[in-house]
Write a protein that binds this ligand. Sequence first.
Ligand SMILES: [Zn+2]
Ligand SMILES: [Zn+2]
Length: 290
Amino acid sequence: MPERGGDGDLSVRFWGTRGSLPMPGPDTVVYGGNTCCVEVRLGTRLFIIDAGSGLEAAGRSLPGTARIDLLLSHLHHDHVSGLPFFSPILKEKGSLRIFCGNQGGASAKAALDSMFAPPLFPVTLDVLPGSIEHVGFRAGETLSFEDGVRVATCPLRHPGGATAYRFDHGGRRVCYVSDMEHLDAGPDLDVVNFCRGADLVIYDAMFTESELPRCRGWGHSTWNAGVELCRAAGARTLAAFHHHKGHDDAALAGIEASLAAALPGSFVAREGQTLVYRARQAAVAAAQEA
Ligand SMILES: [Zn+2]
Ligand SMILES: [Zn+2]
């Protein structure tokens, strides 16, 4: 794993890359079986994006006293199912702030309280020893944090809505764009502007072009549309993300070869993969290692 944590570095670690449903097993060991969870560090400043089943392993990597800011793209199961298993809220001194964007600006508390309660779940989240705070906002607002860090957001085309997040640090830019359905007419200009000049766009590439026609309206996209978006935005690389439950390692390796040929440096995100983008002034290319 590349060394992380330099003040100027922007780093990304994939804890869960799958969409819809965890798919552990011998056919998913390369690209991963856990659902959406990504760690982003601006220097030492940590954000976790989405709380799919990958969140459990992310939590084990963190101290129990951690105060964590979790940014949710939306509330579908594959983005929140790891929440009650996140170790920082299983310890007395841990605390979690959950940010959720939507059209109305309401927090996610009511929805998560109904999802994690009997008979759907054995306990409610408020019995966990750590503290949980909910913050709602309108997708499209820029989030401002106490330490001066700002994170831009953008609403996405998805059933019930979803929120994209953009991280800028050390002259580097990483965008998290999942879940999203693209338009036939070409890239959504709001999303293009949001991703302008990004070093990396983490993108909902759940379907192939041949699968898409029968899955229109399900709220997901293809790597081909992601490449179009990157080209329109002048973004350098794409990480195909939110892998289809039926795409095994062999299928994803094939997609990765085509993707890297279309937009060099692009790849299919792998669980456990870490990328470090050194500050621009350091003039060191991004390191990439599985
Ligand atoms: Zn999803
Ligand atoms: Zn979704």
